[in-house]
Design a protein around this ligand. Sequence first.
Ligand SMILES: [Zn+2]
Length: 290
Amino acid sequence: MPELPEVEIIRIGLEERIVGKKIIQISLLNPPSFHGDSLHAQGQKVLNVFRKAKVLVINLSRELTLLFHLKMSGQLIYRPKSYQLKARSFSGGHPTQDMQREMPNRSTRVIFEFNDGSKLFFNDQRKFGWVKLVNSSQLSVDSFLNKLGPEPLEREFNWEVLKDHLLRHKKTHIKVALLDQTVVAGVGNIYANESCFLAGIDPGIRVSQLNDDQFKKIHKGIVVSLKNGVKHGGSSKTHFVDPEGKKGLFLNFAYVYGRDKKPCKVCGSLIKKIKLGGRGTFYCEGCQTN
Ligand SMILES: [Zn+2]
């Protein structure tokens, strides 16, 4: 599942390429992947591209909005009309070998064609992802979006906002609370682990035990780790095959996530892995002493 930085990278990539263009045709290769009447979006212009947590939001003319959730295996691939413009291609989402090759492919579910002949392909091998067309006015009442907590990369997200939201879960382990999408929107397992490390905080400490200094450190840890993720192209940019032949994520910027039994990059202690709230939790006993 892509985390917030991956979706932010897609947002930036699409913003540069599709804003101002008109959608002239939408082809539904797998109709259940598209919710709403796609005909309404045809002929509409792309006004802007933004993001709410892990949902990509494309605002169109006529008060229409397209929402994309990539879930486990979604991809958004943009291709300019002519081969000469290949450098303008863009691929984002779950990494696969064939995402750089010819489109559409077997996983393509929806194709958007723009007035300049360029195309946006929504690919989704496992079909858990979705595209939704809604009236823009419905966004504020969309039940999924409404439940989300503050957006961590927006200026309004400060340590006091975080503290306020965390204190609704006083008995919860801090790392588990960070995964709650009503506390902070879009933080998944990788960044919850990394945030606790950067804050120097034991992931198993309960929210009720934290003081203001620690809330400030966790806030900073969330923002810094997410920004690092965006800077490094997200967590799933590079795939590698581990010795057992399984594909895994190669996170060369991570301090703790996926690094159990490896030495801490800061103090050299071996990174430990435990389970908290059913999720793999990685931490350094040397650095996370608070
Ligand atoms: Zn350490």
